[in-house]
Structures are given as C-alpha cells and as structure tokens.
Design a binder for this molecule. Structure first.
Ligand SMILES: *Cc1c(COP(=O)(O)O)cnc(C)c1O
Length: 418
C-alpha cells in the first residue's frame, strides 16, 4: 500500500505532481509520502496493541531527521547502530528512553555517548563489548542497561548478505553460550541485565523463521529464570519483508498474531525494530533518462541516478520496479537501466522489462525508501541527491542536494603541496 499513483496522466506522490518537483528540485531525488510513512508506522505499531511494546524504528533503513521526527511524534523509538545514528535520533527528538543500540562494533566513545544520553538498552553482541561497557559505565559512575543479542541459528530464508541469525554469521552470541555470559554480567557492578534480543535477518517473507527463533529465545529466557536471572525486555529485532516484485510477505497483523501466539504468558515489554516494512514502499527514487542506446546485444537506458545513489541492485541483485512518470509511455522493452558510474555493476535494472522511454523522460524507481538514500555515497564525486517529503498537495525539501563544495569539505592540501 502506498500513495504513488497516476492522476491526469502523470505519476503523483499523494496530490503532488512529480514532474513539478523534478522541475523545481532537479533530478535525481528521493521522494517519500508522508501518508504512506504514517500509515505503515501505525499499522505496524497497532498490530501489537494490547501488549506492552515499543516500536523502535531501525534508523539505518532511512535516517533523515524529518522522518525520525515523524515516527517519534507517533510514539516510536529508535534502533540505532552507531554514534552518528544516536546523534540523529536525539536531534530528531526521539526519547532516549525509547532508543536501543545494536551492532557488533560499538567503540568506547560510542558507548560513552549512549550512556550519557541515557538510552533504554544496549544490545551487546560479545563478552569483550560487555567488558568495555562495564568500564565505560564505571568511568562515569552510571549503570548500563543491557540485553544480549543471542544468535538462535535460524535460517531466515533471505539473501545471504542480509541473513544475520545463522551460527556462521558475525552477529550475536551463540544461544548455547549465552547463559554463562548472562551469569557473568549479572555480577558486574555497573551492568543491569535487562533483556534478550535477536534479529535474524532482513526482507523475511514468511513468519516461520520469526516464530522458530522466538521459540528458542523463550526457552532460553526460561533457562535464565531457572538461574535466577529475570528479564523485563524482549527485543525481537526487525526484518519483516515487503513486496518489491511478487513477494507475498505477511501483513504486520499476521506477523504480530503469530508472535503473540508464541509469546504465551511471557511477561516482558516487547521491543520491535522494523525498518524496511515501514519505509520501503513509502519512498521512490526519481531519475531522468539521459540517453538510450542499442548495441549488438541489447538496449540500454542511461539515467542520471547510479549505484552510488541506489546501491541495492548492484549489491544484492535486488529488484526495483521502474515506472514512467508519464502514464502515456505504455510501451515496454527489455533493457538495462544503467547509471553514469564507471562500473559494469552500475545498474538499477538488468535485462528487465521496463517502460520504453525517451531521453528527457522521468522514471520512478519504486520501493526505494529503505536502504536507498542511507546507502548512497559520493563515488565518482557525485553529490548525494535531495530528499523530498510529499504531504497532501505540497512537498517539502527535507535534505538539500549536496553542492560541489560539500564534496571536498574537510579535505586539505598538506603544506608541502601548497
Ligand atoms: C537492520 C536491522 C534492523 C532492521 O531490519 P529491517 O529488515 O529493515 O526491518 C533491525 N534490527 C537490527 C539489529 C538490524 O541490524
């Protein structure tokens, strides 16, 4: 469900004509729909109504402060994975008591910053990190609320790069080794053992793996209780998938129902860390066709957005539908839609049926709201693109396109080259 539809022959975001935005903002740009973002957040959050929970939006999926502010105004928290994301979340006004901090490589400095902010909980992923956190907390004389990320060894049946809950992945502590770590932590002076967390992967399209991992975590919580370690928070991570092409992921209601059924009478506050399912289909990348060419083997459409702007096709072979902004372009052609980057891996679509467009036409790369802008880079010294938020019949620039001076900000000539 989203609010990108044709009106009067042209693609609109809510009631805003995308061609107008392109004329005024230039291309390429990311475009989000406020109504879609809000509805997706509420649909997810309301699915868990009736049980104590916090929906901590996964900042890495889409981190613009305007979007973080929107979710926080709807009662959401944040799941962060770096000091930079902590900075963003606080700037956006997210309540620190609704921030959880995940990730395998938190630095001492980052731990300290999060302790100062007074976040809800650190999802600790190794014993050495636990020691670092104990030291950091002792230094400033506070107690660090901790949950350990356990690795349940469950196959999420998704792309290998975004599977995180298998024994061979770098994430978490093997569930069979975790009891000893909890016992050690519970004796540490500046550590408060608060929860258990797990996150098995992203773009999951079945509830089975979620339920299987919850079952393992629940058994583990029972073992903790037998050892007199009681926890108040259970963090189930994110990972619910979306429809990019023909996938049929469960609706958040079905996902929540399966989780509630498996939870039984477990008396914990649930932490949920959805990213993609909320923002994925709430954003698109708008790009203009520069040239078309046909060589012996195939047709290419060269657009002004590249793999530096949207990495997912190159990185994961991910599919993104491409729609013409002009509805009259009804013809289809099998082509590669490629960017200006000097890499053969630079494509937005490869040998896919795409609208048969002409130079100058605008295209919308759909489902680009998650891991789109946040994965973009300056490769080939390309300014990162603008981000725009459409709401009803108006649009708002929520991030300016970078300028050439932004690109060399911080660079300096050493004296011997001056
Ligand atoms: C990436 C990530 C998420 C969000 O995953 P989605 O698939 O976007 O829902 C949640 N929790 C952790 C720990 C993550 O690394």
């Amino acid at each position: 469900m989203h609010h990108f539809h044709y009106h009067n022959g042209r693609l609109h975001a809510e009631s805003v004509d995308i061609e107008t935005i392109a004329r005024e903002v230039g291309t390429p740009f990311y475009l989000y729909s406020h109504a879609t973002l809000s509805q997706h957040f509420k649909a997810f959050d309301h699915a868990f109504a009736g049980i104590p929970h916090i929906t901590c939006f996964a900042v890495k999926s889409c981190s613009n402060i305007a979007i973080l502010r929107l979710f926080s105004s709807l009662g959401g928290g944040a799941d962060i994975v770096s000091g930079g994301e902590l900075f963003r979340a606080l700037k956006a006004g997210v309540d620190p008591k609704k921030i959880v901090y995940s990730g395998v490589g938190k630095t001492e400095e980052e731990l300290r910053q999060a302790l100062h902010a007074g976040i809800l909980m650190f999802n600790v992923e190794s014993e050495q990190e636990l020691d670092a956190l104990q030291n950091a907390a002792a230094d400033i004389d506070v107690t660090a609320p901790v949950s350990f990320r356990v690795n349940p060894d469950v196959d999420p049946k998704t792309h290998a790069y975004i599977s995180t809950g298998l024994a061979k992945n770098k994430f978490g502590i093997a569930i069979d080794q975790a009891l000893a770590v909890y016992q050690r932590a519970s004796k540490m002076k500046n550590i408060e053992v608060k929860g258990v967390s797990c996150h098995i992967g992203s773009q999951l399209t079945q509830v089975g793996p979620f339920v299987e991992s919850l079952r393992k975590v629940k058994n583990f919580i029972a073992r903790l209780a037998e050892n007199n370690i009681r926890i108040s928070h259970l963090d189930l991570g994110g990972g619910l998938g979306i429809t990019y092409d023909r996938e049929e992921p469960p609706h958040p209601d079905a996902y929540a129902a399966a989780i509630k059924a498996e939870l039984g009478d477990l008396n914990c506050t649930l932490i949920l860390e959805p990213g993609r399912v909320i923002v994925g289909n709430a954003g698109i990348l708008v790009s203009r066709i520069l040239y078309t060419k046909t060589n012996i083997a195939k047709k290419f459409m060269i657009v002004d957005a590249g793999m530096n702007d949207l990495a997912r096709p190159s990185l994961y072979g991910a599919y993104h539908a491409i729609m013409p902004v002009n509805e009259q372009r009804t013809g289809k052609v099998v082509a590669d839609v490629v960017g200006p980057i000097c890499e053969t891996g630079d494509f937005l679509a490869k040998e896919k049926e795409v609208p048969d467009c002409e130079p100058g036409d605008l295209v919308a790369v759909m489902s680009a709201g998650a891991y789109g802008f946040t994965m973009s880079s300056n490769y080939n010294t390309r300014p990162r693109v603008a981000e725009v938020l459409a709401k009803d019949d108006s649009y708002h620039l929520i991030r300016h396109r970078e300028t050439y001076s932004d690109l060399i900000r911080g660079e300096e000539l050493p004296d011997f080259l001056k």
